[in-house]
Ligand binder design. Structure first.
Ligand code: SF4
Ligand code: SF4
Length: 266
């Protein structure tokens, strides 16, 4: 009961935070060890340093709380908005502003949950990364991937665009994490995945060639930098996912029953 009660307390605290920020969200829990084992070696080093003296205990019995906030619909609609023959970057910036807003809300929420659980918050992102770093490879050693705990906790599946796809919010979510030694019930959810959908690949020339390009992420980073929005974002592969037939079908048919294992804010 202790494990379940603690998770219910975490869900409750997350729900209060989401309401305070006026956001919709999802929260799940993965065991620490498989999260750690699934990270790149350089990211494992970052996580070990973050955990400090608690690392051994976390490997033995720790958890990672994965939290996600969803973009409002109008922010996604603003992505790649058109004006005449070109893009309306003024409108597109609405999405860029929401990117920052979600990150700020996630960081505050992660801190609150870390306080509640005696854990350590891992913030949503490093702002301005695409511009400051010369090469996308410079980024990976410096941050812990939130997608790994999100996937293992059942917040969503790994999409063809490499983002976490949630059945309710598609990949129009941002993620943060909290590591904790508090005994917590884990969540797992089985998803069918992307199936025959290829919408995000069709929306992006880099994604569509990701198997043959030496590093499509670097092409993505350069495109984002050249785009010059108010945050380092593009979002076309996210909008494509929201607009995809697969995601629309999910909305019509409802969520798979096992999706209940993660917590959705009301
Ligand atoms: S963010 Fe834009 S450039 Fe990068 S993968 Fe997605 S659609 Fe392509
Ligand atoms: S657009 Fe389709 S293929 Fe791409 S991540 Fe979303 S569901 Fe998967």
């Amino acid at each position: 009961m202790e494990f379940r009660d603690n998770r219910e307390r975490v869900n409750e605290a997350f729900g209060v935070e989401a309401e305070a920020h006026g956001l919709r969200g999802v929260c799940g829990v993965a065991a620490f060890e498989p999260v750690y084992s699934s990270l790149l070696p350089s990211q494992q080093g970052v996580l070990r340093r973050l955990c400090g003296g608690r690392f051994t205990g976390l490997i033995e019995a720790g958890s990672v709380i994965s939290i996600a906030y969803a973009y409002p619909d109008h922010a996604i609609e603003a992505i790649a908005a058109r004006r005449g023959n070109g893009y309306d970057k003024g409108a597109w910036n609405e999405y860029a502003r929401w990117y920052r807003r979600l990150n700020e809300a996630l960081d505050e929420t992660a801190e609150r949950l870390a306080g509640e659980t005696g854990g350590i918050a891992i913030p949503a992102t490093m702002e301005g990364v695409a511009e400051r770093l010369e090469h996308v490879e410079d980024f990976y050693p410096t941050a812990v991937s939130h997608r790994v705990p999100a996937e293992l906790a059942g917040v969503g599946w790994r999409g063809r665009n490499e983002l976490i796809v949630n059945p309710r919010y598609s990949c129009a979510i941002r993620l943060a994490s909290v590591v904790t030694l508090l005994p917590l019930e884990t969540t797992t959810t089985h998803y069918e995945g992307c199936g025959g959908c290829r919408s995000c690949l069709e929306a992006c020339p880099f994604l569509s060639k990701k198997e043959v390009l030496s590093n499509y992420r670097e092409q993505c980073r350069r495109y984002i930098t050249a785009l010059g929005l108010e945050s380092d974002v593009c979002g076309k592969c996210i909008k494509a996912c929201v607009d995809s037939e697969l995601f629309r079908a999910t909305q019509v048919s409802g969520l798979p029953p096992s999706a209940d294992s993660v917590y959705y804010t009301p």
